[in-house]
Design a protein around this ligand. Structure first.
Ligand SMILES: *Cc1c(COP(=O)(O)O)cnc(C)c1O
Length: 395
């Protein structure tokens, strides 16, 4: 059985975790800050706040951006539900911007059109969350220009994209956004088991995020409403959460990030190899925007409609052969919870078309060329192209 993604854990990773387990601090110790500084340095951002998941990171990022009841957040429909749910946690409403048919990221043209309409109807978003699908950055410079023009905040959902680059610079440096969120779930680029992080260059935002991560509590006398009662004293000055990352997780993260460039390079080599081995098949292979160097979290193919098997059958036959392909993503607005909020089939046709055609092939650093060959043979077999496509499919 070959999964679509999985972690890569070394002996050094295991040793790093064991050391924390033998130390004085399992949580709220020095490893969390070390991990934050390491990631901030790697990305070229001023500040980083580690939390227990990207979902938590998106929640406190929205709160730090001032998202509140009555506000509107826009994101891509081609994402994991967490990119949209964070708006609802804050009591705001959520809407979507359809995707670009080449990158499968939020379309800048659709975004601009929708902003112009929203300006006239008085329903401009407070926050927009572009999602770097499969690890490929969105067109952030254009999005930042629109943010200035229409006055919204930008939070990048870079859950797929740590280790990726945009216009030659690391994703996460927040040059074109207010904050950037990473996920460290085991299928992502580097892992802490569960975990996430918010990057920002704004000191005030950093302070807000640190407080929201831990109950809304401050130990900073200048933030308090009265004189400190003594060395034990702290104040809760707003409603926060316990979204803290443990030192056990952070130590794993510090060890993992030493290999991030190697991981991303390996993902690129495997992606390049898929490109070569699949080029004659009736598929659309992942298109790469010249401004982006993807982290290649996912390798997503799209089936052409002239294939004589349905998408569903191709998917099932691959799974029957032990190739645990996946589908990214079920358009968020078509989930029952979102339908109940008023969304319908047909609202975001490019994302819906993507859902009807997309299949995620296995891709992770420990995937061997032999394993990858099995995926290719199975796919060629299912599409009836094993010796060659033999004129089976014509443009
Ligand atoms: C994985 C993922 C998340 C959520 O990450 P967790 O760390 O599991 O909370 C959010 N957005 C996207 C796009 C993701 O892929």
């Amino acid at each position: 059985m070959i999964p679509y993604g999985r972690q890569s854990i070394s002996e050094a990773d295991i040793q790093a975790v064991v050391e924390v387990l033998k130390s004085d601090w399992l949580t709220q110790g020095p490893a969390v800050e070390r991990f934050e500084q390491t990631v901030a340095h790697y990305c070229g951002a001023d500040h980083a706040v580690a939390v227990n998941s990207a979902t938590s990171a998106l929640h406190i990022a929205c709160l730090a951006a001032g998202l509140a009841p009555g506000d509107i957040l826009w994101t891509s429909p081609n994402t994991f539900v967490a990119s949209a749910n964070c708006a609802l946690y804050c009591g705001a409403t959520v809407d979507f911007v359809d995707i670009d048919p080449r990158t499968y990221n939020m379309s800048v043209e659709r975004l601009e059109e929708k902003l112009e309409q929203a300006l006239h109807s008085g329903k401009l978003p407070k926050v927009v969350i572009p999602v770097h699908f499969a690890g490929q950055s969105c067109e952030m410079e254009a999005i930042a220009d629109l943010a200035k023009r229409y006055g919204f905040r930008v939070i990048e959902d870079a859950s797929h994209a740590i280790g990726g680059r945009y216009k030659g610079e690391p994703v996460g440096n927040c040059r074109y956004s207010d904050m950037t969120v990473f996920s460290f779930h085991p299928v992502k680029i580097i892992t802490t088991g569960e975990g996430g992080m918010v990057m920002t260059n704004n000191l005030k935002t950093h302070e807000n995020l640190m407080r929201l991560r831990s109950h809304g509590i401050t130990r900073n006398p200048s933030m308090m409403t009265e004189e400190s009662h003594g060395p034990w004293y702290y104040q809760q000055i707003e409603l926060g959460f316990n979204y803290r990352m443990t030192d056990i997780q952070a130590a794993l993260g510090v060890s993992q990030i030493t290999k991030i460039n190697e991981f991303v390079a390996r993902r690129h080599r495997l992606a390049q190899r898929y490109n070569e081995l699949l080029q004659d098949l009736p598929l659309t292979l992942p298109w790469q925007h010249p401004d982006a160097h993807s982290a290649f979290h996912l390798y997503v193919i799209r089936l052409h409609d002239r294939i004589d098997k349905s998408h569903h059958v191709v998917f099932e036959e691959l799974r029957q052969q032990g190739i645990m392909v996946n589908l990214h993503y079920i358009p968020v607005h078509t989930h029952p919870y979102y339908r109940a909020l008023g969304y319908h089939d047909g609202d975001f046709p490019e994302a819906e078309r993507h859902y009807r055609e997309a299949i995620t092939l296995p891709l992770y650093p420990d995937l061997t060329e032999g394993g990858q060959n099995k995926v290719v043979v199975a796919l060629r077999d299912v599409l009836g192209c094993n010796s060659a496509c033999a004129g089976r499919y014509h443009d």
